[in-house]
Design a protein around this ligand. Sequence first.
Ligand SMILES: [Zn+2]
Length: 519
Amino acid sequence: MGRTPFYVTTPIYYVNAEPHLGTAYTTIAADAIARYRRMTGHDVRFLTGLDEHGQKIAQAAEEHGMDPQAWVDSIAPTFTDAWKMLGISNDDFIRTTEERHKRGVAAFWTKLHDEGWLYQGHYEGWYCVPDETFWTEDQLEGGMCPQCGREVQHIREDNWFFKLSEFGDRLLEFYAANPEFVQPDTRRNEVVSFVTGGLKDLSISRTNFTWGVPLPFAEGHVTYVWIDALLNYITALGYGSDDSAEQERFARYWPADYHFVGKDIIRFHCVIWPAMLMAAGIEPPKQVFAHGFLLTKGEKMSKSKGNAQTPASLVERFGVDAYRYYFLRDVAFGHDGSISMEGMVQRYNGDLANDWGNLCSRLFNMTEKYFDGHAPARPVIADETAEDETMRAIAGSLPETYEDHMQRLDYSAALDSAWELIKFANRYIENSAPWTLAKEGDTARLAAVLYNALEAVRIAALFTAPVMPNTSAEVWRRLGLGDITQVTDVLAAAEWGGLAEGSPVTKGEALFPRIYDEV
Ligand SMILES: [Zn+2]
């Protein structure tokens, strides 16, 4: 099997918080690249999961009078259900309370311990329980947690430490040799200047509670939850297993092509994580991509107003594909972006109902009406008009343009390039006026126009599929084509002329019925 492996991950989400617009955003973005890479023939592994350890979870379980495992088991389905609702195509779902994870973490610590990267020390300082984060005296702001503003606890513990301070030079060399490792560039500059400022050794264990993965060589010590969480990316592939199939899987997919993270957890992923891997003799991931935050201007998206939108409420109103489209189209990936209900309605009615949905329904209708629901024959190139040629050229350059944008995870630009074809096809229909051709009895030109426009629709469906998988599958069904999710060579599939003469075309319901009620 010659397919190139491709491994993409989301952060594992903290089980105490419900899936929200932010976690859904990261997960949809990872899903879109996973789906696209399956279409480009890659052997894709897409991982997401849950972070289920730590003091805060132990406390929440206690408040609910539950055992921590029973507590996390009761919440985990809200995530798997949400991702199912959003059409997420993950190949694996890891929970840090699973045996395979605990075994991998234990193997990792044993290795670092044996090789002298760990030592027993003593930590005295401040700890924010809600953030599960250590702070030094001078990091506090007004005596409070600099991250969340809440009270911090003074703690004194015997901990195990990782010699992170010895990795500064190696990390800086690594960033210099791999400029793509941290993306976007602004984040790389932030990481480089942090490391240049000097690294301190890192406490990797806690002793005042037990809800975590034990350090195999130190009784009473459990792994600090943030470090436990990072290791999921390798334990899910089988790191630390004795099983040869698991070992092969790890060798096949690691290093990851992308870790998708929010910009708030970049130090863990771009400083601590590669240093830990270097210490264990494992290659760091190829790229950590930090996306921005979703800013809510429109009242109805805002949490503070007490009527926050959830993924489920937006899906109910707009449908899954429109939801996925809006967030990837309107927010430039890697930057903060404003989202609003008004913006979402506008995108829906403009791009989806008017441009894409309308193009499909007009064409499918006319094919039923004028050609009895069968695709006409492909016209000969010698008879092409200038407009025919332009549309064929736009469709012809789309695969390459789209690939360029997706390489940079620029979803917005990738969708724009697909929309260039959709918009042109709409103009093409207007200018060619098939209804007039039908009235005049010019069947040859009518057949040519419909064929060309149907072909544009078929190709546009391929390139909107990573973001809007359900709609594209439906468009292909209505064109009498096979299952679009089986496409593994998008370049071949996108070649002009793929629609066979006589293919059964059905009109069906509107793909994106207009939304009239205003916000
Ligand atoms: Zn805090």
